[in-house]
Design a protein around this ligand. Structure first.
Ligand code: ZN
Length: 263
């Protein structure tokens, strides 16, 4: 499996992805908003884009579909419930489905509600696994829930699916928000040394060559995986005095999501 991460350079800081089969040169485009950059990258690599996966229905993820289909004839795949919001959807995806790319790449579909209620992530079962997580999980952050999502569902997706993936899983999110998210981590957990070091190292990074984290790293720097950290809980209790001393992780997650919205 070859992964090409494409920085769009737009105001929303979107990342698009190409996933290619090294044997056949067939490629799948994830959320190819910047269809021109995606097509150029595919051409340079000698790949043919045959499929598009939209992680979810938001326009900054689907806005390149039409042009991409016109130029390549690629088929559009997305969550099975997104058909009324994604024009021209060819295949509806559900949990456990497999998306093949060429002869050698198999991607497993995870049904990951929360940012929207029809959001999928793709997971590779390569030697070093990878997760293409759209707007569900960001580097050091979590998706918002205010355009068709639900925070309780997002918590369930984190705790029941993402948190159980192997540590070595490489994380490929839909946006470059790492700097801002690390600042939120440090605001919530000022003694998080790893987050402090990482903020220094990614500040001003070239987004064409972005840092790629793993789930093990996210467990250290992403507040939304640090629901039992004593500092996170103590700081939250300053903001929410009603929160018990040993709160339920779900309550911690929901309060963090609420604070992040206002932050
Ligand atoms: Zn979105």
């Amino acid at each position: 499996m070859i992964v090409k991460q494409i920085w769009t350079g737009n105001a929303y800081r979107n990342f698009n992805y190409l996933i290619a089969c090294p044997e056949t040169g067939e490629a799948l485009a994830i959320d190819p908003l910047d269809h021109e950059k995606c097509l150029k990258a595919a051409k340079e690599a000698g790949w043919t884009i045959t499929q598009i996966v939209n992680t979810h229905e938001h326009r900054d993820h689907t806005g390149g579909n039409e042009q991409m289909v016109r130029k390549t004839g690629a088929k559009i795949l997305a969550h099975q419930d997104a058909g009324d919001r994604i024009a021209g959807m060819w295949r509806g995806l559900g949990a456990g489905d497999v998306v093949d790319v060429g002869k050698t790449v198999e991607l497993e579909v995870l049904d990951t509600p929360g940012h929207t209620m029809s959001h999928v992530c793709l997971r590779s079962h390569t030697d070093q696994p990878a997760l293409f997580c759209g707007d569900t999980l960001f580097n050091a952050g979590a998706g918002n829930c205010h355009n068709g999502g639900h925070p309780v569902e997002l918590y369930k997706t984190f705790s029941e699916q993402l948190a159980r993936l192997p540590d070595s899983t490489r994380i490929y999110p839909g946006h470059d928000y790492i700097e801002n998210n690390l600042r939120f981590t440090l605001n919530r957990e000022p003694d998080n040394q790893r987050a402090g070091e990482m903020l220094a190292s990614v500040t001003g990074q070239d987004p064409d060559r972005p840092y790629v984290s793993t789930l093990a790293v996210e467990r250290e720097i992403n507040t939304f995986f640090r629901l039992t950290s004593p500092t996170v809980i103590a700081k939250l209790r300053e903001a929410f005095p009603d929160l018990p001393e040993n709160p339920d992780p779900r309550a911690v997650f929901l309060k963090l999501r609420e604070l992040r919205n206002r932050w």
